[in-house]
Design a binder for this molecule. Structure first.
Ligand SMILES: C[S@@+](CC[C@H](N)C(=O)[O-])C[C@H]1O[C@@H](n2cnc3c(N)ncnc32)[C@H](O)[C@@H]1O
Length: 266
């Protein structure tokens, strides 16, 4: 049973959140009050939020594609913009005959993989991340819907997946190193650096993902990579430089950018 607060007390909670810089203070107040079982728990949650922890890490979940995704402290919080990547992956997986094989590389909490599992029936699903905390979290979120592996990009995957992947999705880190300092403190201070930092131009890990994707994709398979809107053309060029036909897509609603590639026939 959540803690019961008078409407005046709830307004005071929202005011504390607003004073700490929370833009959606009323919504956050409602979520925190609904999650707290005692006044002391509410005070503890409020204190952590006011100190700058991401709301989702305090609640223990984030909403993604209509699902509640468990998010542990120290794990990247899935962003709404990544629903664009997930929806494109879902559409493409549905086009595959039989039982599609899908991989979520750099899976973090496993949000994209979980959305795929929820929307596509008969999926053979794998996810992988280098961070043990993310892997633990993704295992919670996927349960029996897919396997989660720990390791550096493709090195984490079972070897017999080579040449079998119909839909390969990656939301790898893509923030340029020099821009990390300009990110909101929530991300900069409470999400792992390895989840954000994509190297000098932000595209180092994407290059590695695209470069080795040929070995893993099935004939006619798709590679989908989220990128920053300002990096869209450069990410598409990385695809083209690796013999992919690339389609760059942008969602103004979510301010989200994705490149979808298929291997060019020789
Ligand atoms: C931007 S987060 C995205 C997480 C998740 N895909 C999402 O959309 O919520 C990037 C993730 O890539 C992982 N990562 C970074 N470098 C990696 C590598 N070399 N191999 C595997 N995972 C990596 C990080 O641990 C982090 O979880």
């Amino acid at each position: 049973m959540p803690v019961q607060l008078s409407s005046h007390a709830q307004v005071l909670v929202a005011e504390r959140l607003r004073a700490a810089g929370c833009v959606f203070a009323e919504d956050e107040a409602q979520l925190l009050v609904a999650a707290a079982l005692t006044p002391a728990a509410l005070e503890d949650m409020l204190g952590r939020r006011v100190a700058g922890l991401p709301l989702e890490q305090i609640l223990g979940w984030a909403e993604f594609c209509g699902l509640r995704i468990a998010v542990e402290p120290g794990v990247f919080v899935p962003r709404r913009r990544t629903e664009f990547l997930a929806s494109k992956a879902i559409d493409l997986a549905r086009l595959v005959d039989g039982s599609p094989v899908a991989v979520d590389l750099c899976c973090g909490s496993g949000a994209v993989a979980a959305a795929l599992a929820d929307a596509v029936s008969g999926l053979e699903l794998y996810a992988a991340d280098i961070d043990p905390a993310a892997v633990r979290c993704a295992r919670r979120n996927l349960g029996t819907a897919g396997q989660v592996h720990e390791g550096d990009l493709y090195a984490a995957l079972p070897i017999d997946l080579r040449g079998r992947v119909d839909v390969l999705v990656a939301n790898a880190p893509y923030v340029p190193t020099g821009a990390i300092g300009m990110m909101p403190p929530e991300a900069r201070l409470h999400e792992p650096r390895a989840a954000l930092d994509g190297g000098t131009d932000g595209l180092d890990i994407q290059r590695r993902v695209v470069d080795a994707a040929h070995e893993w994709l099935a004939p006619g398979g798709y590679l989908l990579v989220e990128t920053g809107p300002s990096q869209l053309n450069e990410t598409a060029r990385i695809f083209e430089g690796n013999s992919f036909a690339a389609q760059a897509a942008y969602s103004a609603e979510l301010d989200a950018a994705v490149v979808v590639g298929t291997i060019l026939r020789k």
